[in-house]
Design a protein around this ligand. Structure first.
Ligand SMILES: C[S@@+](CC[C@H](N)C(=O)[O-])C[C@H]1O[C@@H](n2cnc3c(N)ncnc32)[C@H](O)[C@@H]1O
Length: 334
């Protein structure tokens, strides 16, 4: 747990040089019909400049007079990215209230959240994180309802997955798991194994957390995995022959009755929603022994930040810290 918190602390020390505020480029208007469009673009350029300079009154008045908060300037940046880059939290709030998209990406695939994070603007970052999480929760709830009605646009568990040395990808080439997450998985394993005993991991993926759990030589180590190809790969790589390992093939939702209680539990699935994780949490009082330790990993803010090396890990930890307000991703059973 100490590790998890200290990684979060490292994050706030990351500093990058913010880009200078853009000068408003003079427009050359060749045709009469372009005048209106040029005037509008000017108000959006002014919005970017005011956002960059932190002039919240000007931002509000430009919004009131119809400036488009979704505008991308010639550098491919939105007003929200400019405000985030310089840490102007009040401007960010005004833009978000006016409907500025929190998940737009710059030409280098950076979101406003990335700009705030890279420049160490914690208040700006928290605002964007909050908005991203709220949106994810709402979208997740809608998607679950759609799926329940049979409108699912594809079930990850029924699709093919691709394995390579450093990642597992789903059929849409989205990363199920990536090797850079290894240090984070090791931190989770260390936490849940800190008292030894019987371990449970939900979701094998690349087996990073399970490999780390094995290093603590637990009394028993149960792994629940639902994807047939991931399961086959587990068997081919010898996981079925390890003495203290029990593999349960199936969705955790369907195999709960086969699970006893554990001293350490880790949860990290893919293709599920926040609501699924919450549902899992409701089973914890039964699954976790008194004094047991639970930890989880979940991409709760997809789209808000790039998934990338250490930064991505830190983001996940921040997200976890946000959900459980004291930067703890760990739950201790009573
Ligand atoms: C992100 S990966 C887990 C990565 C793992 N923590 C590691 O260290 O490599 C998620 C895994 O959960 C599995 N999964 C998805 N939904 C599941 C469910 N309902 N029950 C059990 N496993 C599930 C996926 O097939 C995938 O292997």
């Amino acid at each position: 747990m100490g590790d998890v918190c200290s990684i979060r602390a490292q994050h706030t020390m990351i500093q990058a040089t913010p880009q200078p505020c853009p000068a408003i480029a003079p427009k050359v208007i060749g045709f009469k019909q372009n005048k209106e469009r040029a005037a509008m673009a000017n108000s959006e350029e002014s919005l970017c400049k005011a956002a960059c300079e932190g002039d919240v009154e000007k931002v509000k008045s430009l919004i009131d007079s119809g400036a488009d908060v979704t505008y991308f300037d010639k550098e491919g940046l939105t007003p929200l990215m400019h405000a985030a880059n310089h840490g102007h939290a009040q401007v960010i709030k005004a833009l978000l209230d006016a409907g500025a998209p929190w998940n737009s990406l710059s030409p280098s695939n950076l979101s406003a959240g990335d700009f705030a994070m890279e420049n160490g603007h914690q208040a700006a970052f928290d605002l964007l994180l909050n908005t991203g999480i709220q949106a994810e929760l709402i979208l997740g709830t809608i998607a679950r309802k759609e799926n329940a009605k049979g409108n699912s646009d594809g079930d990850y568990l029924e699709d093919r997955v691709n394995f390579s040395e450093d990642k597992v990808m789903d059929s849409e080439s989205k990363a199920v798991m990536m090797a850079w997450e290894k240090p984070l998985m090791e931190a989770h394993a260390k936490a849940i194994c800190s008292k030894g005993g019987h371990m449970l991991n939900i979701g094998f993926g690349m087996g990073l957390v399970d490999t780390a759990i094995q290093q603590y030589a637990p009394t028993s180590h149960t792994i629940v995995e639902a994807h047939p190809e991931v399961y086959d790969r587990m068997l081919h790589s010898g996981w079925g022959e390890k003495e203290n390992v029990k593999i349960i093939f199936g969705r955790w939702q369907d195999v709960l009755s086969e699970l006893e209680s554990f001293d350490g539990i880790f949860f990290d699935t893919y293709g599920e929603y926040y609501e699924d994780m919450r549902e899992f949490h409701q089973h914890l009082p039964k699954l976790l022994k008194p004094g047991g330790i639970y930890s989880f990993f979940n991409g709760l803010c997809g789209g808000l930040f790039r998934r990338r090396n250490l930064g991505g890990c830190e983001t996940q930890i921040l997200a976890i810290g946000y959900i459980l307000p004291s930067c703890l991703s760990i739950y201790r059973g009573f």
